[in-house]
Design a protein around this ligand. Structure first.
Ligand SMILES: [Zn+2]
Ligand SMILES: [Zn+2]
Length: 371
């Protein structure tokens, strides 16, 4: 049997669709038939050559949902003990942690693993490209540290599990109490994920700041109480005042979660936090440059809790799965485009230039190996 993969040859290169033999999973391994794979901002950064550790050529894609094509010997449950059989829909947890380094073993913070890799990030750089990323018809889970979860939801909703884990991880780093006001800066996939996670943790009032209007409307459908359109209210100071006016005593939000990737959002977001509140930087997965901050007024005088958020953990996937399975949020509405392997480059270009493709706005593009 043969299957197709879309191979990116170099930064800003071409995605060449190749046919290669489909491997037979051995003991402990798994062969997955890709149903869809979300296109992430990180994929675009790899396309642009902005992740220095990633080697080319490679098969991109780490938001992978698929059905079990073939179970290797001894594989009969997912990582929460749910029984699996061929044909079941599963989420491929992309990260492949080493489980040996100081951070994995001693500190038990595997998201900080020193020696890890991931599906979609070329886990086997010394071999020719294979079924090791989501932009292909199959995914071959041969790495011994592979993890997956069976998921009972529409693929269009289930595909959002990996982005959702970033929001879940972010809110696990802050305190949210009954009655709290939480601000999310950014209305992209990570912003929506932080919105869902903060609501699930008990936020009383959710404010989402971003653009364009259609994304803010989606944020409202997901439960945002107030949205602030940065294209309408262009002055950051004015945005800070609006946030403050929505909080107890006008002192500022209890928690602000940055999900924009723009350095200038950070000082603005810190201005929105009340004294003693939390600020989580969850949107900076690549280096977008520095920003000026006054440590006295931003941190010390405000006694602020500042946290960074890097990647996510198995635990975040396990916590996110029931949220998606519940159908409580119209998550499937995030998928705006379904493209075949031949159109990976169109996806990259749309996300670099203006977030429009085929005459409509891009929310989340998915690549489908079966198209
Ligand atoms: Zn991603
Ligand atoms: Zn490790």
């Amino acid at each position: 049997m043969y299957g197709r993969i879309a191979v990116l040859d170099k930064p800003f290169g071409e995605f060449k669709v190749q046919e290669i033999p489909v491997p037979e999973p051995k003991r402990g391994e798994l062969l997955v038939r890709q149903v869809m794979c979300g296109v992430c901002g990180t994929d675009v950064h790899i396309y642009q050559g902005r992740l220095p550790d990633v080697k080319y050529p490679l098969v991109l894609g780490h938001e992978i949902i698929g059905t079990i094509e073939k179970l290797g010997e001894g594989v009969n449950r997912d990582h929460t003990g749910r029984e699996v059989e061929e044909g079941d829909l599963i989420y491929v947890i992309p990260a492949l942690r080493c489980r040996r380094c100081y951070f994995c073993l001693d500190l038990r913070q595997p998201n900080l693993c020193m020696d890890g890799t991931a599906y979609g990030f070329n886990p086997y750089p010394d071999e020719p490209p294979g079924f090791y990323g989501g932009y292909g018809e199959f995914l071959y889970m041969r790495h011994p540290n592979s993890e997956f979860l069976k998921i009972d939801a529409k693929p269009e909703a289930a595909v959002f599990l990996e982005p959702l884990t970033i929001g879940i991880h972010a809110v696990s780093r802050v305190e949210i109490h009954v009655g709290d006001v939480v601000v999310v800066q950014g209305a992209g996939a990570i912003g929506l994920s932080a919105l869902i996670a903060a609501k699930e943790k008990g936020a009383f009032k959710m404010i989402v700041i971003g653009a364009p209007k259609s994304r803010l409307e989606l944020a409202k459908e997901f439960g945002a109480d107030l949205t602030i359109d940065i294209e309408e209210i262009e002055d950051p100071k004015e945005r800070v005042e609006i946030v403050k006016s929505e909080t107890r005593g006008g002192y500022g939000a209890d928690v602000v979660i940055e999900c924009t990737g723009f350095p200038s959002a950070v000082p603005e977001g810190i201005d929105m936090v009340r004294r003693g509140g939390f600020y989580a930087v969850a949107g900076h997965f690549t280096d977008a440059g520095p920003v000026m901050i006054n440590p006295y007024s931003a941190f010390t005088r405000k006694h602020i809790n500042l946290v960074g958020v890097w990647s996510s953990r198995l635990e975040d996937f396990i916590r996110g799965r029931p949220i998606i399975e519940s159908g409580r949020y119209p998550i499937e509405k995030i998928v705006s485009h379904k493209l075949p392997l031949e159109r990976c480059k169109d996806a990259m270009e749309a996300m670099i230039e203006g977030y429009r493709l085929d005459g409509k706005e891009v929310r989340k593009i998915v690549i489908q190996g079966g198209l």
